[in-house]
Design a protein around this ligand. Sequence first.
Ligand code: FAD
Length: 512
Amino acid sequence: MTAHTTTDVLIIGTGFSGLGMAIQLQRSGRDDFVIVEKADAIGGTWRDNTYPGIACDIPSLMYSFSYEQNPHWTRAYSSGREIWDYLEDVTDKYGLRDRIRFGVELSSARWDADEGVWHATAANGDTYTARILVSGIGALHIPRIPELRGLEDFKQNRPAFHTAQWDHSVDLTGKRVAVIGTGASAIQVIPQIADQVGELRVFQRTAPWVMPRPDHPISPKMRDVFERMPGIQRAYRYAWYWFLESRAIGFNGHPRVQKVGERFVQKYMARKVADPDLRKKLTPDYRMGCKRVLLASDYFPVYERDNVHLVTRGVERLTAKGVVDADGVEHEVDAVIFGTGFHVVDSFQYLDVTGADGQDLAKEFDEHGVETYLGINVAGFPNLFFLLGPNTGLGHNSVVFMIEQQAKYVVRMLDEMDRRRVRTVDVSKPAQDSFQRRIQDKLHNGIWSTGGCTSWYLDAKGVNRTIWPGFTFSYWWETLRVDTEAYEWGRTAPGRGRANAGSDHEPQPAAT
Ligand SMILES: Cc1cc2nc3c(=O)[nH]c(=O)nc-3n(C[C@H](O)[C@H](O)[C@H](O)COP(=O)(O)OP(=O)(O)OC[C@H]3O[C@@H](n4cnc5c(N)ncnc54)[C@H](O)[C@@H]3O)c2cc1C
């Protein structure tokens, strides 16, 4: 039997975004919200990714909510399990579990301009009516497996899975294993399984820039200090924040800073990889920062092992027995692990959202580009808010900081709506266009465009729809206040959308 729920705010997802949003609503005294989660547990990224070696590459002191510091982290860069536990604790502390509908995958949402509400439908047939829809669906949660010829033949005989869908029933001990890809997850997995497997073949398309990870255990004494004196932990957090923030200088088009980083990695690599040919293969042919800079201290040394082989010829296809490289050489393996990333820019294709004029969000993004205002609002889609939306991802600091600013911004918007006594709000198309021009100008001059690479930061047309181009404190500043001029306040009448945004704005008196 299907159920119908009416709520003021409907939140999708229970990762850092969805949980962070719920907490901010609670803190502002708003209690009328429901969270839907397609899985049967909270946690998002940190629930789904259970591969060997999973850990954050931003120090945990920063990769956590500022208002919910955890004195119990056991390492500077926590394991995935510890981050998941942290999110579980936060969920319980704020009593959010009762608000979550598990196993509910929202499949569509349609704006009803007459009623000024969203009507949403889940895959199980449940329906929801909500004034406000907040997307916390994440940017890296739909695994991308390349459409390789022969994949099905291989899978009929031997296991093949993505790092985000690690098959723990497969025993890799003594097996011949292929890892396809050398991105952020792969470089964590490779050193962890090298010891266990018989032979490991790493198929690299593009070499990543990898820096050593300054990880270390946090001693029980230090944890005790953090627990008793939270101010000290906060001081550490500030120090990390400003250190990480300084990395944005290089990413934003200061090549000299990049060169220092590149030289550092080259020297580091020379110490860890003796064979100059191998070193050459492991050296990226693009500027540092163009793709995400990775952190791992055990990655380069793994290639000194006799059972680990780097293949740089690219993957042509799979067969029932193994992987065929671009030279036609077949590498027989017992298992294939895909470290091939996620659907990022196209992740919105998986949710069917219809706006004020009946326009389809995925189609709009496809035709006009993934354009938003502050990465949060989209013109023509009233009362819809994205967390960790387009162009708010980071290469240099913790995205939890961005998520926090966005959740607070949504609350500021709700406050402003209350103050004006209006039920709906829509960002104006001119405000959105001007925001886009500003950030795309910056992105155009940044390392992501000038660094000589292609990456998952870019859409099919080569436009960066993923990264926030600048310091996170400038994003904090931009979201600190609602620019009321950028929005149209009031019930959204039918017939208003991208083309004629602002034409029939229903003015409302401010409640002063
Ligand atoms: C392996 C890995 C390591 C990472 N490490 C770092 C790091 O070190 N530092 C960093 O800053 N970032 C890192 N990231 C990025 C990470 O995704 C973000 O930091 C953060 O966890 C995103 O949180 P989120 O809540 O926005 O999304 P997610 O954690 O992806 O959560 C989204 C949730 O929404 C649910 N959902 C999605 N669609 C629907 C639907 N239609 N209906 C119902 N529920 C739905 C999902 O099931 C999921 O629970 C990493 C990502 C990965 C994959």
